[in-house]
Design a binder for this molecule. Structure first.
Ligand code: MN
Length: 497
């Protein structure tokens, strides 16, 4: 099936495939929704890099985040290249600037469209603030409505207009248009201050932090979405979070006040199109209204990274060759960085998995290492942050010192954060190492102990298994554990600090 769109020809494939089994909603219907919504959604996507969440076999099949325009993208599809940190090459973000691009993204099963809060080329300037209201267990969208009005009280007092939309999942999102010079540091501190203030005043209703256990019956005001590496579901995006397709749709404050049931705030694709025809784009002011943050926030700069106290407290640097604590530069939940897996023959042999993030190495001890097989869960115990220069630490920690034993750089490379958030305990990762490559999902299951427990599981396709020989070979120096323990051959490649 092919259809002539404005400009380029897009051929639609597998249009009869059922994407939402419960209502029997097909891929063709999904594409039709986006074509009908195009005049309304396109202004909100223009020049904003997007991440697509693709569901090639519908919502019950596998899904993945598509940040980089795939190789089979047509030459006419506009992209914007952003350099990767610590790695040659770039991410070519898709720009959905016309109906053809939108149709093409729908046809590759990009059910959900998540744009950044900035437009290219000004990738450091958010055009609006978002408050993502996410209900915990026992709370629902009506609880979010209560919290939305509390946020509005504050923005009203500051003379700022704020626009609500339903997320199409479980919550609400509130947008404060700026469209004036600002920074993510300023918008994030403003949103955080509002969230913390409301948590103080309405602790029975609001939380400002991500800990799942504290969220029961409450609404998380997720201020951390105001981040240069984060995307938020677009207004008018279809969502694949529930059994039926729902649209992330703007609503008015009076409508929120009147809502009696959660279903009053759920909109099917057909309902969304009818509303659009009747009411037009209620989110149009988000694109045009110029507003400024209060002066105190406008001057904010990025918060400092946390010190490596826990790391330093455990070590005697006159005895161990491990690096001294030193903070690198970094920002919260950057979208790319380096990673290392160190094989560590301590009291028990284990693997240490570390991600460069927020100026330090977030670290987990993974007793059995990462599994190459999809679905196999491995326990990962979060341990103290390590300094960035621990990335290339290989050698022997003296007996009697913390972690005494041999350390090998088992694999090292770069990662992309495909989705999720460290503070939320959910990281969808694409690893590019010399031994292992592919997607893994690392998520926290227990927070209330000194070593928070996470699981790491392979997602996407199986990874290549590692031979016994390569398992015992440093990715940095090619040495075996025995050679490292004997201090052999270290001078050529590896330098101590
Ligand atoms: Mn270790």
């Amino acid at each position: 099936m092919a259809r002539q769109k404005s400009g380029e020809m897009v051929t639609f494939t597998n249009v009869d495939k059922v994407f939402f089994p419960k209502p029997g909603f097909t891929k063709g219907q999904m594409i039709q929704y986006y074509l009908a919504a195009a005049p309304f959604i396109l202004p909100h996507l223009r020049d904003r890099p997007v991440t697509l969440i693709r569901f090639p076999d519908g919502i019950t099949g596998e899904s993945f985040y598509e940040k980089n325009a795939p190789r089979f993208a047509p030459p006419w599809l506009k992209t914007f290249a952003v350099g990767r940190r610590h790695k040659p090459g770039k991410i070519n973000y898709i720009l959905i600037n016309d109906a053809s691009a939108l149709a093409w993204c729908a046809n590759i099963a990009g059910i959900e469209i998540h744009p950044f809060l900035h437009c290219v080329p000004k990738v450091d300037t958010p055009t609006h603030i978002v408050f993502d209201l996410d209900p915990g267990d026992g709370a629902d969208i009506l609880t979010c409505v209560q919290v939305a009005f509390l946020v509005k009280d504050i923005t009203d007092d500051l003379g700022l207009q704020i626009f609500p939309k339903v997320s199409g999942s479980k919550g609400l999102q509130l947008y404060v248009p700026l469209n004036t010079p600002t920074t993510y540091a300023a918008t994030a501190s403003f949103a955080k201050a509002v969230a913390e203030l409301l948590e103080q005043k309405h602790g029975n209703l609001v939380v400002s932090h991500m800990e799942k256990s504290r969220r029961r019956n409450r609404v998380l005001i997720d201020w951390s979405q105001n981040n240069p590496s984060k995307t938020t579901a677009s207004v008018y995006s279809m969502r694949a979070k529930r059994e039926e397709p729902f649209i992330s749709l703007p609503v008015t404050w009076p409508e929120l006040k009147k809502a009696k049931h959660a279903k009053d705030l759920s909109f099917s694709p057909d309902e969304a199109i009818q509303r659009l025809k009747k009411k037009g784009d209620l989110f149009a002011p988000v694109l045009s209204l110029k507003q400024k943050l209060p002066q105190a926030f406008a001057a904010q700069s990025a918060p400092p990274a946390p010190p490596l106290k826990a790391y330093a407290a455990k070590r005697d640097f006159t005895r161990t060759a491990e690096p001294q604590p030193k903070l690198g530069r970094g920002r919260a939940n950057q979208s790319t960085g380096r990673f290392v897996i160190q094989k560590h023959a301590a009291t028990r042999l284990h693997y240490d998995f570390r991600l460069e993030m927020e100026g330090t190495l977030k670290s987990w001890a993974v007793p059995k290492g990462l599994s190459p097989d999809p679905g196999v869960k491995r326990a990962a115990f979060e341990v103290e942050d390590h300094p960035i220069n621990y990335l290339k630490f290989e050698g022997t920690i003296p007996k009697g010192q913390y972690g005494g034993g041999t350390v090998m750089v088992w694999d090292i490379g770069t990662y992309e954060l495909l989705g999720g958030d460290h503070a939320k305990g959910d990281l969808k990762l694409m690893l590019h190492g010399s031994k292992i490559t592919g997607e893994w999902h690392l998520f926290r299951i227990k927070t209330d102990e000194s070593k928070p427990m996470w699981l790491i599981v392979k997602s996407g396709q199986a990874a290549k298994p590692i031979s016994v020989r390569r398992d015992d070979q440093s990715a940095l120096t090619k040495r075996t554990m025995a050679q490292i323990a004997a201090g052999k051959g270290s001078k050529k490649v590896w330098r101590s600090h």
